[in-house]
Design a protein around this ligand. Structure first.
Ligand code: 5AD
Ligand code: SF4
Length: 466
């Protein structure tokens, strides 16, 4: 048992990273059993759930969408903001009820909440019906712990961030677009963020292993690869002196995948070489998610973001000059402790300047254990909500304006599948990662086709096959 420990996480003692082959064969001990898996949070979690599913299927289980039919319930949780936490706690109440009806039910907490020191303690003390707690760095322990649980062991907690799992197998949700982890963890320690504690230190996968995985995906007909990392463009810094994210992007682009994407970039690690590589290769998509978080230098400093507003604007300028087609989206937090009306106005000014294609906006959420949780925060919630509404209105206006520029144009769209909202339509994404809906035609699913844009809203486009 290894419990999460924030002091240890902060000190980042340099023990060697272990590259561990986790491709172990397990017998179908859970044949005819069913699992219910719910995923909260970011793309990283969605991809982690593809790994989780693979282990469960290997053990002989099949998936159910009906909670009370499940023999194993797994919640792949998110800790980034309080509302994500609250959703999980709410759902756990339902799981507890199901366990009253089925004593053999196994309940497993995974994801970032499973690596929060205080939350894990609370689970152990007050939620004794939970059987297993596995942090996001130890997913590969799932089959072993499930087998041990079968033999009657009690709550098991696993949390360790000195390991890079290799040879991981996934039960991928899509046959068209695949996620590929290039690195784990984050060393940035933005003062509001829990991720460096829950996901641990930055650990890059070896380039050979990443290239091998990408090659295999291409051979299996994948049209798109999205490279994943909490801080994807810090790739290689912990491992190589002469190989970095720009080198990796270039090497994967050369393999010939039709579409290559990456999330999430930190402005501080965004090099000129990266911009050159993205501009050079047609199969690296002109879409960059570049969180700014705030437009005020005062707040950026308190957030420990390592760049100023001017440096961010300069970077956006360089990207726009070298990759004129690029769509740029961002993340913004309003109501960080001590954010004044003037600070907020500077954020608005930056949005007016960058005219982002989209932005994910959040009200600051206090995360226990982070430095920002200790700062004096005297802005009333109503004021923060007002700022968020003002910001959202502006952000949506620019999204729509940018989208409108595509009206009447032919754009390349990778068709992903049937639209969830309307089964007479299918949906796909432009090279700039804009959602497009078109009339259904099965023949085009999984293909990149030219679509004429006939309507533009804030969050999607309507297209016509010509
Ligand atoms: N409160 C509000 N938003 C947060 N984010 C991260 N931590 C917090 C927090 N404590 C946001 C940041 C980040 C995105 C994934 O979530 O904008 O980029
Ligand atoms: Fe959190 Fe900052 Fe790391 Fe992003 S870069 S995961 S916001 S600490």
């Amino acid at each position: 048992m290894k419990l999460p420990n924030y002091e240890e996480a902060k000190s980042r003692t340099k023990v060697d990273i272990v590259y561990k082959d986790v491709n172990i064969k397990y017998e179908e001990v859970f044949k005819n059993k069913k699992y219910f898996l719910r995923t909260y949070g970011c793309q990283m979690n969605v991809h982690d759930s593809e790994e989780i599913s693979n282990y469960l299927i290997m053990l002989g289980m099949s998936k159910t969408e009906v909670l009370k039919d499940a023999d194993v319930i797994l919640l792949n949780t998110c800790a980034i903001r309080e509302n994500a936490h609250d959703k999980v706690i709410g759902f756990l109440g339902r799981c507890k009820h199901v366990k009253k009806l089925n004593k053999d039910l196994i309940i497993i907490i995974m994801g970032c909440m499973a690596a929060q020191e205080d939350v894990v303690k609370e689970f152990q003390d007050k939620h004794k019906y939970i059987d297993i707690i596995i942090g996001p760095n130890n997913i590969y322990d799932l089959p072993k712990l499930l087998l041990e649980r079968q033999k009657g062991q009690n709550i098991e907690v696993h949390s360790n961030s000195d390991i890079v799992p290799e040879n991981v197998k996934y039960h991928r949700d899509s046959k068209i677009s695949a996620w590929v982890n290039v690195m784990y963890g984050c060393d940035k320690f933005c003062t509001y963020c829990i991720v460096p504690y829950t996901r641990g230190r930055e650990r890059s996968r070896k380039k050979e292993a990443i290239l091998k995985e990408c090659k295999c995906l291409i051979e299996n007909g994948y049209q798109e690869i999205t490279l994943l990392g909490q801080n994807v463009n810090a790739y290689g810094n912990d491992l190589y002196s002469d190989y970095n994210f720009a080198s990796l992007l270039e090497d994967i682009a050369k393999l010939g995948i039709p579409r290559l994407r990456f999330v999430t970039s930190h402005p501080w690690n965004f090099t000129d070489k990266m911009i050159d590589v993205i501009a050079k290769y047609d199969n690296i998509m002109p879409y960059i998610h570049l969180p700014i978080q705030s437009g005020s230098n005062n707040i950026l400093r308190k957030m420990n973001r390592r760049y100023t507003k001017e440096e961010y604007l300069n970077l956006v300028d360089k990207i726009r000059k070298k990759i004129p087609k690029a769509a740029i989206t961002t993340d913004i937090i309003v109501g960080f402790p001590g954010e004044t009306k003037e600070d907020f106005k500077e954020t608005i000014d930056v949005v007016n300047c960058c005219k982002f294609d989209g932005a994910y906006t959040f009200i600051f959420s206090k995360r226990k254990g982070t430095p920002a949780a200790l700062l004096k925060d005297d802005t009333p919630l109503e004021e923060k909500e007002k700022r968020l509404a003002t910001l959202n209105e502006l952000v949506n206006r620019y999204s729509k304006e940018n989208n409108k520029r595509l009206l009447g144009k032919m754009v390349p769209v990778l068709i992903m599948g049937v639209s969830e909202k309307d089964n007479t339509k299918m949906y796909g994404y432009t090279d700039t990662f804009k959602l497009v809906n078109v009339a259904f035609d099965k023949a085009f699913i999984g293909k990149i086709i030219a679509v004429k844009i006939i309507d533009a809203k804030s969050f999607s486009l309507d297209g016509k096959l010509t």
